[in-house]
Design a protein around this ligand. Structure first.
Ligand code: AQP
Length: 327
């Protein structure tokens, strides 16, 4: 059975891009793959975090994953820092990665530019992400387009390690959705929607009031033309709405364009479709939020299941590297 692994950072309230680019596919993958999903709290530490907020957000994010449809009986759902193997393999992969290849990561360039404090962890983050993936003998990593380069690096590191030390890691590949792989900010449609960016009017939060969601979509930036056409280069705002609508309905964005003659109608249809996707998630989340102990128990069980897979893979890597056995 194909093994699927993916993760999400507790760095802010989950936004529509996370849902359409990644989480909805995680849910679908449960039908035909062996799925492992992780709240990657160690990744959140690459930028300073308020401890109380981090604690709350980590639990809330796990509750949201359950609300979206991750089923702990079919998937392994856990918190990254509960499985210490991630940190150890991360160090091994930092020593496998070249400084130059980490420096080429565009997310590092974007996130470090203009920042007051750039942690060493922000730079080595892709090695930790590679460890997350490789620890589970992962075949496929469902991600949004922004993570393409990081999954490529995980592939390269697996191939390099296997070449140097003998067959150790399964070589993974990224998978992307047909629509919604890169949901853009509604007010700045050339920039991706992001949970930690300060763009309240451009970002749709999965748990925000539904009337507010509809308003934000109706106020989305388009352009001075009137033709509804899918052309992300020339018409980023309109194309973003078509992509969002397509991701919600399962239709092709270019084909959807032919159904609209006015921007107002496209916005109304997109708002309705997004609201219908979010409504059941919000209802289920409200139930789960009332039982934090239940979620903590799910996560404890998930960590045990994860460790049972990650432990032997790490031991394989340690043995092939020549590290003395621990026992
Ligand atoms: N705008 C997006 N469109 C499509 N997919 C997206 N993803 C994120 N933004 C978009 C996908 O969501 C998954 C989880 O993301 P993450 O938490 O690991 O971090 P990220 O990719 O850096 O997402 P954010 O929201 O932009 O977080 P911050 O602001 O903290 O950096 C990934 O599969 C990602 O591709």
């Amino acid at each position: 059975m194909t093994r699927v692994f993916s993760g999400i950072k507790p760095t802010g309230p989950v936004q529509l891009g996370n849902l359409l680019g990644a989480l909805r596919r995680w849910v679908a993958d449960q039908d035909d793959a062996d799925t492992v999903f992780c709240v990657v709290d160690l990744h959140a530490l690459t930028v300073p975090q308020d401890p109380a907020e981090l604690r709350t957000r980590t639990l809330e994010l796990a509750q949201l994953l359950l609300a979206v449809g991750i089923d702990p009986d079919r998937s392994t759902l856990f918190v990254q820092s509960h499985v210490v193997e991630h940190s150890e393999l991360s160090w091994i992969l930092e020593c496998t990665a070249a400084f130059g290849e980490l420096r080429r990561m565009t997310q590092f360039k974007d996130k470090s530019e203009g920042a007051d404090f750039v942690s060493a962890g922000l730079f080595t983050y892709p090695a930790l992400m590679a460890a997350d993936i490789l620890l589970y003998d992962t075949d496929e990593v469902p991600v949004g387009d922004d993570q393409r380069q990081h999954v490529e690096l995980a592939r390269d590191l697996a191939i390099r390690f296997n070449h140097r030390y003998g067959d150790t890691f399964v070589v993974p590949k990224a998978t992307f959705p047909a629509a919604g792989a890169r949901v853009m900010d509604l007010q700045h449609p050339t920039r991706k929607m992001s949970k930690s960016e300060e763009s309240p009017q451009g970002t749709i939060l999965v748990l925000e009031p539904l009337d507010q969601v509809a308003k934000k979509i109706k106020r989305a930036v388009t352009d001075a033309e009137t033709e509804v056409r899918y052309d992300p280069e020339a018409k980023p705002g309109v194309s973003n709405l078509l992509s969002i609508l397509g991701a919600c309905t399962g239709d092709d964005p270019a084909e959807l364009a032919g159904r609209f003659t006015r921007y107002g109608d496209l916005k109304a249809a997109t708002a309705d479709a997004v609201v219908e996707v979010l409504r059941p998630i919000q209802q289920r989340y409200a139930e789960l939020a009332a039982d934090p102990a239940g979620t903590a128990a799910v996560l404890a069980k998930g960590a045990d299941k994860a460790r049972a897979v990650a432990g032997p893979v790490l031991e394989r890597a340690r043995a092939n590297l020549g590290l003395l056995p621990r026992t």
